[in-house]
Write a protein that binds this ligand. Structure first.
Ligand code: HEM
Length: 547
């Protein structure tokens, strides 16, 4: 207060004003002063020589939150031009160091446990949603074990059963949901407009619950579960990443929903333990698998752990798969000739002599639908659902010279490093940048699934050269050289990839078999307001039934 009154006394124009006018003037002057001082500090004060360059910003604390939040990819590409592959930006008081390109992804994904932590970056956001004792609420070694237990449940035997279940759910949805009413009247070659994003959100949760989540969850979807899911999902708000535990009504609803959902799953498990569920109906779901498994030390999973792992899987798969499905349907709508080629592929592989198509099956689908595989790959290249992946920096990370901008080698530190990313920063990978990089891909912004057949176009995306690593849940490629990493890399790499391919392939195949389609108007742009890149509304397509 003393500073403020001295400022008023020292400024003749302010001194002569009424107290109200003084307060109003100060409300304008002080923020302007802060902005000016912040600009001067960035232009005049020497930067720590070893630290990565900081993106210029006008307002302290807020930093680049607005430009990053409105269009993260534009923000990444623009700043890569100015500062190179490694730069820091301020995001609501945090220092975020972006590391782009395959080497940048490698730095973040394959950073050592002593250097980077996913738990510290994500737990405030995820633990209130998933619940305690799982994923980022446990030490990394326990998460690695939990991933192994889940991977065991994602078995080929189970996948074989899931294909029929998924087809059944999609068919049921098409036959009953009001959005598909034009196709429920037995009119030949019926046509109708569908909000494809809305439809794909519903189809994703129906198919995931019928398969992985199990019969009880699927049955409850038609009742209270959908509301609980919605309240829990609203807890996945980016603000909770930046400022944890805000007393927001959405957070109170999230906490109530988490408790109820946790109890709901634990009751399912108890009933199953008491033999009150038909074992045949549930033997292929993830709850059944987790109930049979033990940690390395022989301890079985507790009910609460199983419940919270199931919630985590529900959340991990829902938006990623529904966004990919929607983008896939929209991209195909913009290239209807590819839909016809996909149909021809179905006829070639599953067609009978009488013109009917045999049901899909996992083994055939996996190896004999190369174009479908390329469509999913290409959709994930252009529309990876997660645009930014973070870790908290626990100890200083030297950035290798090959990663920083030319001419920035920091001779003061060591010949082996350029910048040093200080402990306390967050590091951010954005594989979507190299997935759309014109230096890596021919016609990078063209949806061209067949590029994946062309070895010259995608040879440098192969992970073949990368070493094999095993973090305790199965050997994977390190991904250290690949510009194509929609499922991440390293110890936190996705374990849902095979399930996602199965789910996406089966649902897209259903649509290809039954309809052709086009865009209703223009191709929708991306919406970055949630944590996942979604198509902007309206995202409508016009479906026409083949028969
Ligand atoms: C198209 C669909 C999907 C995409 C693009 C995707 C993408 C990703 C990415 C990029 C990561 C790494 C996150 C990080 O490094 O911080 C990840 C991790 C993970 N995903 Fe997926 N995912 C998909 C579907 C699924 C599904 C269906 C499941 C569950 C069945 C799942 C379960 C997980 C799990 C458990 C992790 C590990 C988290 C960790 O170790 O920290 N994902 N996913």
């Amino acid at each position: 207060m003393e500073v403020v009154s001295s400022l008023i006394q020292a400024t003749p124009v302010l001194r002569d004003l009424s107290p109200v006018a003084q307060a109003a003037s100060l409300a304008v002057i002080i923020p302007v002063l802060i902005v000016i001082l912040n600009i001067v500090a960035q232009l005049v004060l020497p930067q720590r020589t070893a630290a990565p360059p900081v993106v210029f910003h006008y307002v302290p604390i807020i930093g680049s939150a607005i430009s990053y939040g409105m269009d993260p990819y534009k923000f990444f590409f623009d700043n890569r031009e100015k500062y190179g592959d490694v730069f820091t930006f301020k995001l609501l008081g945090r220092n975020i160091t972006v590391a782009l390109g395959p080497k940048g992804s490698n730095l973040v994904f394959n950073g050592r446990l002593q250097q980077v932590s996913a738990e510290e970056a994500y737990t405030h956001l995820t633990t209130p949603v998933f619940g305690k004792e799982v994923v980022y609420d446990v030490p990394n070694a326990v998460l690695m074990e939990q991933k192994k237990l889940v991977k065991t449940g994602l078995s080929v035997d189970n996948f074989r059963v899931y294909v029929g279940q998924i087809t059944d759910e999609v068919n049921n949805f098409n036959s009953t949901d009001p959005a598909f009413a034009p196709f429920q009247k037995n009119v030949p070659k019926a046509t109708g407009t569908v909000d494809i994003f809305k439809a794909m959100c519903e189809i994703t949760i129906l198919t995931a619950s019928r398969t992985l989540q199990g019969k009880e969850v699927r049955d409850a979807l038609d009742k209270t579960f959908a509301d609980l899911y919605h309240d829990l999902d609203m807890g996945f708000n980016p603000i909770n990443f930046v400022i944890p535990n805000l007393p927001l009504p959405s957070n109170f609803r999230r906490d109530r929903a988490q408790k109820k959902m946790s109890n709901f799953y634990q009751e399912i498990i108890q009933k199953r333990r008491q033999g009150k569920t038909d074992a045949d109906e549930s033997e292929h779901d993830m709850i059944a698998s987790l109930m049979q498994q033990t940690y390395k030390n022989g301890r079985p999973l507790r009910d609460v752990e199983i419940a919270h792992i199931m919630i985590a899987l529900l959340m991990a798969g829902q938006h990623t798969s529904s966004a990919t499905l929607s983008w896939g349907m929209l991209r195909l709508a913009s290239r209807p000739e590819i839909i016809e080629e996909l149909y021809a592929e179905q006829v070639k592989v599953f067609g009978d002599s009488d013109g009917t198509l045999r049901p899909l099956d996992y083994d055939t689908q996996k190896v004999s639908l190369p174009l479908m595989d390329c469509v999913v790959r290409e959709t994930l290249r252009m529309h990876p659902p997660i645009h930014s992946i973070m870790r908290k920096v626990l100890s200083d990370i030297p950035v290798p010279p090959t990663l920083a901008a030319p001419g920035t080698v920091n001779t003061e530190k060591s010949a082996d490093s350029t910048y040093v990313i200080p402990a306390g920063h967050y590091v951010m990978a954005a594989p979507g940048v190299s997935q759309m990089d014109t230096k890596v891909w021919r016609d990078a912004d063209k949806f061209d699934p067949k590029r994946w057949f062309d070895k010259d176009n995608v040879a440098n995306t192969s992970e073949d050269k990368d070493e094999d690593v095993d973090y305790g849940w199965g050997a994977i490629k390190s991904g250290g050289n690949s510009p194509y990493l929609p499922f991440g890399a390293g110890r936190h790499r996705c374990i849902g990839e095979q399930f996602a391919y199965l789910q996406l392939g089966t649902i897209l195949s259903y649509f290809v078999r039954r309809y052709s389609w086009t865009l209703e108007t223009t191709f929708p742009g991306p919406d970055y307001t949630s944590m996942i890149v979604l198509p902007q509304q309206p995202a409508n397509i016009v479906l026409t039934e083949r028969k």
